[in-house]
Design a binder for this molecule. Structure first.
Ligand code: ATP
Ligand code: MG
Ligand code: MG
Length: 591
């Protein structure tokens, strides 16, 4: 049913497959430096993609796009997708984030385990830090081949000599030092003989290149820092731009898919891998990088730095606040993995991205929940309705039993039961003392049906000293009980939802809106903190029909007329229900 629309990446993959580029057997035949890239088990996977997060924060909706794209392509073309922690930055990375990422990928419905050619199940979970030894050896090989050198200039001197878009750079005085001298320095760097920043290893490419990324980019820097996986074993760490191509090649990635910001890095990616293949350190065919436009969603920011600011300033209640675009936040809000996958698929994959409407996520959620989510009635902004003639209408009867299907098209879900008695809760907005034009709900003299119950006729209201309506008064219209013969004989224009005062459950209801008032909160360099929506969270006390007493955290429902709600992941208790609105029944802005 999930018909996939074609996109340029699919076309690239289909072309490569047709040309036999990435046939697993050819990989297996050219192991190159087998002892060091044994990490990636060879099998007949036809394509290999990877999702390479840096474990320095929680994943967000943009990462969901990358995950669904990479895991989705691998699944569709009979390949595998690697989950790789790009953990080359010792200071910013933590185990907490590693665990969070594993959780998020699994929750989205993907698995980094796959069957190998021998029928054995294999894990394709990798860490860049596992390759540090190889990366270092490759660095020595580059130095030996005259393709890299140790530069002892200060950071400022290097910056000044790099030039800019209009000016070519100038060579470092260290650029032509003998390889043996660079090699000696590189080993001193590795052995901890120099402080942070004293020198760096640089590629020796072209200081006059119009592409600044080719002006002798840094490959290694000194950082006396403890790494969450390798501890203090290393005091030099590879730069991302050096590490990433090598990780891809060692894992025999066929299609290295990244966002457009990395387009200018592709020449270096190719330069590095081409040389390491020629030096016999890496196997051919080597991976190819392909760039696509990142996912941008309206009313959402995805920069980790800015998301952290929201958490640290208390603008939200943590990384999993239901307003956060993090996977943990979206999950807590009630969005489902299927809805996220559908939204990502529909957002498309192209070279020129636009802005994806946040409403697309809500539409996907509704599509996912509509067919199965149990229905229930809830009153969000309660006003008491008194059936003043109850005792005459139903002498000696405390309450009438009512029932409704849990889902209109899923009889297997069974029936909900609740009671109608002399007082019920209705929505405050369902009463008007003086009805506006086209208002068919409660106003003096009008008849409405209490859904699944009976028809009542409004007779007036009660007010407090301030003139605020405190209760609506009505009488019972005889012989109108839902489900009894002739119940429809009395025609009404309005049907309203309600909850019995007698058997309703008091509940906390959390209603969220966009976190920002602007569609593109950080467009044009604007500080998103200046466009925070002060009304993004409202907490109300409402009433729920008794069938919801069985709800468990994360259970999702359609509250009739109000939208989709989820039992709060952390705070919901059977004796103290807390529900969060995921989204309304319709997109309020476009319909
Ligand atoms: P940030 O810049 O906010 O720190 P990041 O992109 O650097 O995030 P990584 O952990 O490096 O975070 O990202 C892992 C992968 O997810 C990368 O391949 C990256 O390109 C991809 N990715 C991140 N954001 C988006 C997005 N908005 N749309 C598509 N892919 C994304
Ligand atoms: Mg990154
Ligand atoms: Mg980034």
């Amino acid at each position: 049913s999930d018909a996939k629309t074609s996109n340029f990446l699919r076309q690239v993959i289909e072309r490569d497959l047709a040309q036999g580029h990435f046939d697993g057997r050819r990989f297996a035949g050219t192991p190159g430096d087998a002892d060091h890239h044994a990490q990636a088990p060879l099998d007949s996977a036809r394509i290999r993609t990877r999702f390479p997060p840096e474990p320095n924060g929680y994943l967000h909706i943009g990462h969901a796009k990358s995950i669904t794209l990479n895991f989705g392509l691998a699944a569709d073309y009979g390949g595998v997708c690697h989950l790789r922690f790009d953990d080359t930055n010792p200071e910013k990375e933590e185990q907490e984030y590693v665990d969070g990422i594993l959780d998020a990928v699994r929750w989205l419905g993907y698995d980094w385990e796959a069957d190998g050619p021998d029928g054995q199940r294999r894990s394709h979970l990798y860490h860049a830090s596992d390759y540090f030894a190889f990366m270092y050896r490759a660095a020595e090989a580059l130095v030996g081949a005259g393709l890299a050198y140790v530069d002892e200039q200060s950071a400022q001197e290097m910056r000044e000599r790099r030039g800019d878009f209009s000016t070519p750079g100038t060579d470092s005085p260290y650029r032509d030092r003998p390889p043996a001298e660079s090699l000696a320095r590189l080993r001193e760097m590795r052995d901890g003989r120099h402080p942070d920043g004293a020198m760096v290893l640089r590629a020796r490419i072209d200081m006059a290149s119009p592409n600044i990324n080719l002006r002798d980019p840094a490959l290694y820097r000194i950082k006396h820092a403890e790494h969450h996986a390798t501890g203090t074993r290393w005091c030099i760490y590879p730069m991302y731009t050096y590490a990433h191509p090598i990780e891809d090649a060692l894992e025999r990635i066929t299609h290295s898919i990244c966002t457009l910001e990395f387009e200018d890095q592709r020449p270096f990616y190719d330069w590095l891998l081409e040389h390491l293949c020629t030096l016999g350190l890496l196997p051919r065919p080597r991976p190819q990088q392909h760039e696509f436009a990142r996912l941008n969603v309206s009313y959402v920011i995805t920069s980790k730095r800015k998301l952290r600011q929201l958490v640290e300033t208390g603008a939200v209640d943590g990384w999993d606040d239901p307003r956060m675009p993090t996977i943990v936040g979206l999950r807590r809000r009630g969005y489902t993995p299927a809805a996220l996958r559908l939204m990502c698929e529909r957002a498309g994959t192209s070279k020129s991205g636009g802005l994806t409407e946040y409403a697309a996520l809500d539409a996907a959620l509704r599509e996912d929940l509509e067919p199965l989510a149990p229905r229930a009635m809830a009153v969000i902004d309660p006003l008491r309705l008194k059936l003043v003639d109850w005792d005459t209408a139903f002498p000696g009867v405390e309450a009438l039993d009512c029932e409704a299907p849990a889902h209109p098209h899923q009889p297997a879900l069974g029936q909900r039961r609740f009671q109608l008695s002399r007082e019920v809760w209705v929505e405050r907005e369902d009463f008007a003392e003086v009805p506006p034009k086209g208002f068919f709900r409660l106003f003096p003299g009008n008849r409405v049906r209490l859904k699944y119950g009976l028809v009542v006729e409004c007779t007036g209201c009660e007010k407090d000293a301030a003139g605020q309506v405190t209760a609506v008064l009505a009488t019972v219209v005889p012989d109108t009980r839902s489900g009894t013969p002739g119940a429809d004989a009395v025609k009404v224009k309005g049907t309203i939802t309600w909850v019995g005062v007698r058997d309703g459950l008091p509940a906390e209801l959390r209603l969220y809106e966009h976190l920002f008032t602007e569609e593109q909160p950080d467009a044009g360099g604007r500080d998103p903190m200046t466009v925070l929506n002060p009304h993004s969270k409202r907490v109300l006390q409402g009433w729920l029909e008794p069938s919801l007493a069985a709800a468990r955290p994360d259970d999702k429902f359609q509250f009739e007329r109000h939208g989709y709600f989820v039992a709060e992941r952390h705070d919901h208790r059977p004796d103290r229900p807390v529900f969060t609105r995921i989204t309304g029944l319709k997109d309020r802005w476009t319909k």
